[in-house]
Design a protein around this ligand. Structure first.
Ligand code: J5X
Ligand code: AKG
Ligand code: FE2
Length: 349
């Protein structure tokens, strides 16, 4: 049987102190463990003048062209008329709120294990940063029942139904977006047989950023790119997501009701031979409101060979490798993973 996404992560265990979040409710000031050095750049570009992530209507006849441009320029766009029922999105947010509002001692029951991929805990990228993030996460792959039963032995069903339903809706939308993107890139049906099958990778991440006593010094989610083909994100009506734009800095993605944020990931960057960027992004926190977000990561199956698409005799900028191998390289090198597989640089190792 082919490897699953959780199995691909099992080979890259984390230490427990990189998994257990703080009991944020017990802090009135920012603990040193969560105080990040401020870089000058950080406060400069919280809103950008005129530059903002495009909002695209999926029903617009020009949607395909707009999506292509957004992926080239920003590696992100906001999507209107995406077809996902709004009440389902609201229910996912409500269930996430219920889960994260539990006392620490309850949430810890579903703690992700060292070699595990799902459950409650810190972000997987935590070991790469000297300070901790003002964030708690809950990772779901398929049915969350094994994890949620540990917290709510008698009331886990509704939560699970909602999360599974949401993943189904996200998969349908992700397939539409993939078809559009592969059309733009001219990727053949032969190469994308996995789209629309059940042989794909998906994961759902519930994020919680508690209201923070010293938001300027804290970091919600440190800068990263996603390991997906692309990610579909619902952010609650509280802003916090910022996308890095070359020459501009971090640009805030203002929440718009009824839109979902789509950001491109590493796999699409490699496949498109870097025509599409993979957006570097982060989440900042605030001292007024708790913030929630729900990220759906979508991509080809773990044994799929990711090969850069070469057009008109251009050279591949990355070596071909399986999704599983890329996950392994990223688990060890995070932001350095793409340059390690680049064909344009000399590697010492
Ligand atoms: C399928 C995925 C995608 C993961 C790993 C695994 C499960 C959890 C995802 C996240 C969610 C939070 C940011 C991130 C950077 C993290 O730390 O965990 C993501 C990561 C990735 O995109 O690499
Ligand atoms: O909370 C956000 O807005 C960003 C979340 C994110 O980047 C992720 O889950 O990968
Ligand atoms: Fe992300």
């Amino acid at each position: 049987m082919a490897t699953t996404l959780s199995e691909a992560y099992r080979d890259h265990p984390l230490h427990l102190h990189h998994i257990i979040p703080l009991d944020f409710s017990s802090f009135r000031t920012l603990p040193d463990s969560h105080a990040w050095p401020q870089s000058k750049d950080d406060n400069d570009h919280l809103t950008s003048n005129g530059s903002c992530i495009p909002i695209i209507d999926l029903n617009d006849p020009n949607a395909m062209e707009q999506i292509g441009l957004a992926c080239e320029k920003w590696g992100a766009f906001q999507l209107k008329n995406h077809g996902v029922p709004l009440n389902l999105i609201e229910e996912v947010e409500e269930e996430a709120k219920k889960l994260f509002s539990l006392p620490s001692k309850e949430k810890i029951k579903a703690l992700r294990s060292a070699g595990g991929a799902t459950g409650y805990g810190r972000a997987r990228i935590s070991p790469f940063f000297p300070k901790y993030m003002w964030h708690e996460g809950f990772t779901i792959m398929g049915s969350p029942s094994n994890d949620v039963k540990k917290i709510w032995p008698n009331d886990y069903e509704y939560f699970c139904d909602i999360m599974e339903d949401y993943q189904k809706q996200m998969k349908t939308l992700a397939e539409k977006i993939t078809n559009i993107i592969f059309n733009i890139l001219g990727i053949s049906k032969e190469q994308n047989k996995w789209v629309g099958s059940n042989n794909h990778c998906e994961a759902l991440q519930l994020n919680f950023y508690p209201c923070c006593p010293d938001p300027k010094k804290a970091m919600g989610l440190a800068p990263h790119t996603d390991t997906s083909l692309f990610t579909i994100l619902h952010q609650s009506q509280t802003s916090g997501l910022q996308i890095f734009k070359e020459g501009v800095g971090y640009v805030t993605v203002d929440p718009h009701p009824n839109t979902l944020v789509v950001n491109t990931g590493d796999i699409l960057h490699i496949l498109s031979n870097s025509r599409f960027r993979c957006s570097l992004h982060r989440a900042v926190v605030n001292d007024v409101k708790d913030r929630y977000s729900v990220a759906y990561f979508y991509g080809p199956p773990v044994d799929y060979l990711v090969s850069p698409l070469v057009v008109d005799g251009s050279l591949p900028r990355f070596r071909s490798l399986s999704v599983k191998d890329y996950i392994g390289i990223k688990a060890k090198n995070l932001g350095g993973a793409l340059s390690l597989i680049s064909t344009l640089l000399d590697h010492d190792d």
